[in-house]
Design a protein around this ligand. Structure first.
Ligand code: PLP
Length: 425
C-alpha cells in the first residue's frame, strides 16, 4: 500500500497543492539540464588527457615493427590485442580490435549475418521468413534500435535479480529456429546495474538451441567500470561456451568509450578463432585497416590491465558521489512511500527506477516541462513499449553535483505529483 492510499481526500488535495506549488517554483527557475544519456563528465574526460600527447614524432611503431601511420593491420596491433585480451579475458588470437565504437562492431556483425550469414548459417538471415532476437528488458535502447532498423523481431525477456529469466530463454531457443540471438549486458547492466550469476552464464553457454547459428551478443561494456572496491565477479563466458561444447556461441564486445574518450576510444570483439577469422575476412573487404595510432596511444597510456584498473578508480572517485547523491535524494524524498523503487548499482552508468504502473511517461514529460530531460520512458524496452509504463533510466554521470541535485529534486517531485494525480483520478 502506498502512503497516498492511506490519505483521505482532503489530505490528498492539500498534499497535491503543496507539490504543485513546489513544481511552479522549479518552473520559475527555467532549468535547462540533460540527464538523458550515459555520458562521461568533463572531469572524467580530462583524466585521459595524456592520450593526446603520449606519442611523439618518433614513437609510431608497433612491437612487430608495423608503422602505425600507414595502412594495414586490419585486426589490430599485437600489443593492443594483448592489452584487451586481459580486459575481456580471451587469448590474443581470439581478439579483433575495431574502431572507436563497439556498437558499430555489433551493428556490422548483425548486418553481415543478415546479408551473408554467419560461418554456421544455412542461409543469410535476410532470406529467412523471420529473424528474432531475445531482448532481456529493461535493456540498452541502442541494441533494440539495431534490431528494429534491420527488421529483426524482438521478444522481450523478463529480468530476475541475477540475469534474464533463463526458463523463459531456454524454452524459446529450444523451440524456435528463427531465434538467432540474445542481447546481454552481463556486468553492471544498462540500466538495471545487475551482474549475471554463474548459474545464468552456465545455462546460457550450455542451453540447447534450435538455430545452428544462434549467438549470444555479450556486450561487456561495463566490465571495468566499478563503483566499489569489491565488484561482483562475472564468469568467463568464452570458457563456459568451450566447456559446454558450444565454442562459437558467444560474441563478446567491449570498448574504452567510458574509460578513455567516449568519441575516440578503442572497441574490441572477442570470440572463438572460427568467428574471429570469419569476421576478419569480411572486415578486410570493408577497410584497409583501423586507426592504429589510437591503439598505440591507448597501449602507451594504460600499459596493462592494472593501469586500466587504476584509471577506473579515478573515474569512480568522480562519479560515485553522483550516484550516492542521486540515491540519497530518492531516499529522502520518496523513502517509505512505496511510490517508486530504484537500483543501487555497484558499477556502470545508470540507475533504474520503477514507478507506479502507468506513470513513467507522464513523469518524464512533467520533468521535461520544468527543464530536465531524462531518457524517454519506454526506451529501455523493445519498440519503446514498456508494458507497465513504469521504468525510467537515470544517467547521473554527466551533470556537475549541483545540477544533479536540482534535477533529482525535480524528478522526485514529479514522481510524487504524478502518483497523486493518478490517485486522484
Ligand atoms: N553498450 C552499452 C551497454 C552501452 O551502454 C553503451 C553506451 O552507453 C555502448 C555499448 C556504446 O559503446 P561504444 O561507445 O563502444 O559504441
Amino acid at each position: 500500500m502506498t502512503e497516498l492510499e492511506k490519505m483521505n481526500d482532503q489530505m490528498l488535495q492539500e498534499h497535491y497543492s503543496a507539490l504543485v506549488h513546489r513544481y511552479e517554483e522549479f518552473q520559475a527557475q527555467k532549468l535547462k539540464l540533460n540527464m538523458s544519456r550515459g555520458i562521461p563528465s568533463l572531469d572524467q574526460l580530462n583524466l585521459a588527457s595524456g592520450l593526446l600527447d603520449c606519442l611523439t614524432q618518433t614513437d609510431y611503431k608497433a612491437a612487430d615493427g608495423t608503422d602505425c601511420r600507414n595502412y594495414g593491420g586490419v585486426d589490430g596491433i599485437p600489443e593492443a590485442k594483448q592489452l584487451f585480451s586481459q580486459v575481456l579475458e580471451a587469448s590474443p588470437n581470439e581478439i579483433i580490435i575495431g574502431g572507436n565504437s563497439s556498437l558499430s562492431l555489433m551493428y556490422d556483425l548483425i548486418a553481415r549475418a543478415m546479408l551473408l550469414g554467419l560461418p554456421d548459417s544455412e542461409t543469410p538471415w535476410v532470406k529467412l521468413p523471420q529473424v528474432k532476437f531475445l531482448c532481456p528488458s529493461p535493456g540498452y535502447d541502442r541494441h533494440f534500435a539495431i534490431c528494429e532498423h534491420l527488421g529483426i523481431e524482438m521478444i522481450p525477456i523478463n529480468y530476475q535479480h541475477d540475469g534474464p529469466d533463463m526458463t523463459q530463454v531456454e524454452q524459446l531457443v529450444a523451440a524456435d529456429s528463427s531465434i538467432k540471438g540474445i542481447w546481454c549486458v552481463p556486468k553492471h547492466s544498462n540500466p538495471t546495474g545487475i551482474t549475471y550469476s554463474d548459474a545464468v552464464v552456465k545455462r546460457l553457454a550450455a542451453m540447447p538451441v534450435k538455430a545452428p547459428d544462434f549467438r549470444i551478443f555479450w556486450d561487456n561494456a561495463y566490465t571495468v567500470h566499478h563503483l566499489t572496491d569489491t565488484p561482483p565477479r562475472l564468469l568467463n563466458i568464452l570458457d563456459e561456451c568451450k566447456q559446454a561444447g558450444n565454442p562459437d556461441r558467444v560474441l563478446v564486445f567491449g570498448s574504452t568509450s567510458k574509460v578513455s574518450f567516449a568519441g575516440s576510444g578503442i572497441a574490441v570483439l572477442a570470440s572463438s578463432e572460427t568467428n574471429i577469422s570469419w569476421f576478419k575476412k569480411h572486415l578486410s573487404i570493408q577497410t584497409i585497416g583501423p586507426d592504429k595510432l589510437n591503439q598505440l596511444r591507448h597501449v602507451r597510456f594504460f600499459n596493462d590491465l592494472a593501469g586500466i584498473e587504476a584509471h577506473m578508480r579515478k573515474h569512480a572517485a568522480i562519479i560515485k558521489p553522483k550516484f550516492d547523491l542521486a540515491i540519497a535524494i530518492m531516499e529522502t524524498e520518496l523513502g517509505g512511500q512505496n511510490l517508486a523503487s530504484w537500483s543501487k548499482p555497484q558499477g556502470g552508468y545508470f540507475i533504474s527506477v520503477n514507478t507506479l504502473p502507468g506513470c513513467a511517461k507522464k513523469i518524464v514529460a512533467k520533468t521535461a516541462a520544468a527543464g530536465v530531460v531524462l531518457t524517454p520512458a519506454g526506451a529501455t524496452f523493445p519498440y519503446g513499449k514498456d508494458p507497465k509504463d513504469n521504468n525510467i533510466r537515470l544517467a547521473p554521470t554527466f551533470p556537475p553535483l549541483a545540477e544533479l541535485k536540482q534535477a533529482m529534486e525535480l524528478f522526485t517531485l514529479c514522481i510524487q505529483l504524478i502518483s497523486v494525480e493518478q490517485e486522484l483520478e
